[in-house]
Design a protein around this ligand. Structure first.
Ligand code: ATP
Ligand code: MG
Length: 567
């Protein structure tokens, strides 16, 4: 059973002001409340309160990993070059990898993730199909020389990760190991009190459930995602794809013939729309790209942006590049800034489904300083291929139910991935199969950002007064505050001891000579879920019990408060 933690002996120095360089809530509050201390960019010390929260998160992760039958190991963080050379990642990681030499000049690295070493471990330890499936995990310090190690512990260069790896002999086995991890992750994040969404990490085109991310919605997040308030659909923005057959034909019978307009000084969609007094959505923007070297035009409504990542995925393995000035040389049919599909006989035309048959547009007239109006799809130009290539926006229809999508930012807290045989091939990881022949093993890899989860929780739960931890991860269950004189400190310590004896983790503010105001402010900043104030009416045996989140409080006899807290 844990000891009562006295504030008078706890190494915690709270700060009234935000650190100068801090932008995110978690960075500001974890520093101000004395949970972490910065040593260098992206390198952090976990102080006593912070270490408790970090350990509480690890404990939940550990319990749920053990529950699915994964076995905990601890591999080194200091690793030899050779296995990463073999997998190609010594080079591929580029500047992200911390590389170093030992005294003999041999190359080493600080592990950013451990697929290679786990593969070697299993090759060494498992010889027969009877030794599989096996799932291994570790909670360990990882190193990545991140380009922008900002946001405190959200993106560290040294950070805590739970990484696990599954080894199976069949694809069905891998799917099962993946499903076990997926369910364990849901339990972990729910227990931690993290609001989270599961999104497929790549678009459906590249194979759906083979890789999913767990996102924690928060303004400080670096990922953008959409979710549907009606049906619960969620996806990374670049993974949202609408069926291309969504193009709904319009009736163009009353649209007059195409007409050219003199439009000097209209280099942008905005200036064009203003001059012609039409909404940007009535104009047709045509982006030229090169697909394996051949020029292709992509048409989208003027108020939308082309998502080059999506376009690239649609056209893969072809390589998509932007056109350069040289590409216009010798192409009088391509007038830079004034391209219209009606003049692109020799160019493949890809369009967003909103450019549907029968829709009429204002677009380039393929002449300098000239646009054309009433340019009708199907009458004045043809679309070769409809593809969903626009950047998704708030209110766009949900691909699964059609309701308006919400757009938000989120923190990636976990990632699960069906690797297949990539690393098993590199290291020739085979086991003896049921028929006595070697069988190649198939793998999954699964990560949780343990230290990042602490910051994500702070982001999601903090309020104007400070941190506000969910019970499962809080550094204590109760924060007892002795509001005043020696007698109250005695009573507070006595109450703390009774709560401890009943099985609670207790922090007690027994500091002499610190004003009640400062103690209350500190308690709110530190964010333990329940605050027990031993104050004015302590002599009568009456205390105040306060809920940190709701701020609701009640006065009641100490015995009742203890009963309530331990119920
Ligand atoms: P990100 O896109 O945020 O850089 P990643 O795709 O590089 O993440 P993975 O390699 O899948 O992340 O690592 C597994 C988990 O480790 C991530 O889901 C994340 O929660 C955590 N993580 C990754 N990089 C960092 C970091 N620099 N600091 C803290 N946690 C991290
Ligand atoms: Mg990364």
């Amino acid at each position: 059973m844990s000891q009562v933690q006295r504030m008078s002996r706890l190494m915690v120095k709270t700060l009234r002001d935000d650190p100068a360089d801090a932008e995110t809530i978690s960075h500001k509050l974890l520093v101000r409340a004395g949970y972490v201390r910065r040593n260098a960019a992206g390198v952090w010390t976990w102080l006593p309160l912070g270490k408790k929260v970090l350990d509480n998160v690890s404990a939940v992760v550990r319990e749920e990993m053990d529950a699915i039958g994964a076995q905990e190991v601890l591999l080194p963080a200091l690793l030899p070059r050779e296995p990463y050379e073999a997998s190609g990642r010594w080079e591929e990681y580029g500047e992200l990898l911390f590389r170093l030499k030992d005294r003999k000049g041999a190359d080493y690295l600080l592990g950013p993730t451990h697929e290679e070493i786990f593969t070697q471990t299993v090759k060494d330890q498992c010889v027969s199909y009877k030794d599989l499936p096996v799932m291994l995990y570790q909670i360990q310090t990882k190193y990545r020389d991140e380009a922008r190690p900002r946001s405190g512990v959200l993106r560290g260069r040294e950070f805590q990760m739970k990484d696990s790896y599954s080894f199976d002999i069949t694809d069905e086995g891998l799917a099962e190991s993946y499903a076990l991890h997926r369910a364990a992750y849901q339990r972990i994040f729910t227990r931690l009190g993290l609001d989270h969404r599961i999104v497929s990490a790549v678009s459906g085109a590249m194979g759906g459930s083979a890789s999913e991310e767990f996102l924690a919605p928060a303004a400080a997040g670096e990922d953008t995602f959409v979710d549907c308030p009606a049906c619960g659909y969620a996806a990374n923005t670049e993974a949202v794809t609408f069926p291309a057959d969504r193009a709904e034909p319009a009736d163009a019978s009353s649209v007059g013939p195409m007409e050219e307009l003199d439009t000097p000084d209209t280099p942008t969609i905005e200036s064009l729309a203003r001059q012609l007094d039409v909404p940007a959505s009535a104009t047709l923007k045509n982006l030229l790209v090169k697909v394996d070297g051949e020029i292709v035009a992509v048409g989208v409504p003027g108020d939308r942006e082309v998502d080059l990542g999506k376009l690239g995925e649609h056209l893969a393995p072809a390589v998509v590049e932007l056109v350069t000035a040289e590409d216009f040389a010798g192409r009088p049919d391509l007038v830079r800034g004034y391209v219209g599909p009606q003049g692109l006989a020799k160019v493949r035309y890809i369009a967003d489904p909103r450019v549907a048959p029968g829709t009429a547009w204002v677009t380039g007239a393929n002449k300098p300083d000239t646009h054309a109006r009433d340019v009708v799809c199907g009458r004045d130009f043809e679309v070769d291929d409809y593809l969903d290539v626009v950047v998704v926006e708030e209110g766009d229809p949900c691909p699964s139910c059609g309701a308006g999508l919400r757009l938000g930012r989120a923190i990636e807290i976990g990632h699960i991935f069906q690797l297949g045989r990539k690393y098993a091939d590199t290291f020739q990881l085979d086991v003896l199969g049921p028929q006595g022949k070697p069988v190649r093993v198939t793998m999954g890899s699964y990560g949780i950002g343990v230290s990042r989860a602490v910051a994500a929780l702070a982001e999601q739960t903090a309020d104007a007064k400070g941190l506000c931890w969910p019970a499962e991860v809080a550094p204590a269950d109760v924060h007892v505050v002795a509001a005043g004189k020696a007698a109250q400190i005695e009573l507070a310590l006595d109450a703390a001891e009774r709560l401890r004896a009943a099985g609670l983790r207790v922090l007690v503010d027994d500091r002499a000579g610190v004003s009640p105001g400062v103690k209350f402010t500190d308690a709110e900043l530190i964010g333990v879920p329940r605050i027990l104030i031993v104050g004015r009416r302590a002599a009568e045996g009456v205390v105040e019990l306060k809920d940190r989140r709701s701020g609701e409080s009640e006065e009641l006899p100490l015995t009742d408060a203890v009963a309530k807290l331990t119920a």
